[in-house]
Design a binder for this molecule. Structure first.
Ligand code: SF4
Length: 319
């Protein structure tokens, strides 16, 4: 469905502080985030961003802009933050201290609450933002579902940049239901092949995976991504959190019943965790597999198994 038929609400907004400190060092990702837009046209059914304060606290502003239900309309609105590059340049120039945690490594992530390469407009803001960060010798992590980043290989193939794509599986038909407006997993994979051939540093987010992946399927997943030679593979399964459970049910995803309640979600998470670790071991990927366990799992298993991964540095090498 094209964006006109979807009735997308578009606009732009000014942002005062584009560089936000982030707690995503707990996942080994970064110490800062830059979100180059509010809203995301990929509209993934499992996305928990609309349940975060970044969207929940802006209900009145979004209503004024024409978004009646920011939760259920997720995927149908996008407000780009065009002034980020100029604001960022000023801010970095004045900034005296840079946060560098052991697991976040001072990295800046684009993005945690939207997709940096979802449209040509966001790609342009992203490109300018990355150029500024690199000029100031900052480390950058790109996380996207869109192959558009390939057009920026000239700046992204850099020792201070790692590019990752969310690749929960390789089922293009399933993706049309789960991530209805995202480029297909095949398109993402092909983009990463190009990035690998160009010599870019890469990572894969095997996230979030559906709750019913078999050992054989995880093994063939690792065999396929071995062509990309990613430095690290992050993993977490689908979690029904906030309103995403309702959105997945509305999309007709039967498997969501397995993760709608905390206990069944936890049991499923722990089962899938065991399976993916076995698959990674069988395919030589265990040292690159980085688990993102939810702290709520502590109630359901040996808590040291969970704590091992919280705030753990990845195996990536930054210069
Ligand atoms: S691409 Fe990321 S931010 Fe956008 S809808 Fe999907 S999960 Fe959410």
């Amino acid at each position: 469905m094209d964006s006109e038929m979807r009735g997308i609400v578009r606009g732009s907004e000014k942002i005062v502080n584009p560089l936000q400190e982030s707690a995503l060092h707990k996942k080994g990702l970064c110490d800062y985030v830059v979100n180059i837009a509010s809203g995301c046209l990929h509209g993934c059914t499992f996305c928990y961003v609309p349940a975060t304060p970044a969207i929940r606290t802006r209900k009145a502003i979004l209503a004024e802009a024409g978004v009646e239900d920011p939760q259920m309309e997720w995927g149908n609105y996008l407000f780009t933050r065009d002034n980020i590059p100029s604001q960022l340049e000023d801010l970095i120039e004045r900034k005296r201290n840079w946060k560098v945690t052991e697991s976040g490594k001072g990295v800046v992530l684009l993005c945690s609450g939207t997709d940096p390469y979802q449209t040509k407009e966001t790609a342009l803001i992203t490109r300018e933002t990355v150029k500024i960060l690199l000029r100031y010798k900052k480390r950058v992590r790109i996380l996207t579902r869109s192959p558009l980043w390939i057009k920026d290989l000239d700046i992204l193939c850099n020792e201070n940049v790692t590019v990752g794509m969310s690749l929960p599986h390789f089922e293009d038909e399933l993706s049309k239901v789960v991530e209805p407006y995202s480029p297909s997993p095949s398109a993402r994979y092909n983009a990463m092949i190009k990035g690998a051939k160009a010599g870019c540093r890469l990572f894969v987010a095997a996230a979030p995976t559906p709750p019913n992946i078999t050992l054989r399927e995880f093994e063939s997943y690792f065999q396929k991504i071995s062509r990309l030679n990613p430095e690290v593979v992050f993993w977490e399964p689908i979690n029904a959190r906030g309103t995403n459970g309702k959105r997945m049910q509305k999309a007709g995803l039967k498997f969501v019943d397995l993760v709608m309640h905390e206990k069944s979600w936890a049991n499923n998470f722990l089962e899938q965790w065991e399976i993916i670790e076995r698959a990674a071991e069988n395919t030589g990927f265990l040292s690159k597999l980085h688990i993102w366990p939810d702290k709520a799992l502590r109630k359901f298993t040996d808590s040291s198994k969970v704590d091992y991964w919280i705030d753990r540095p990845t195996v990536e090498r930054w210069i």
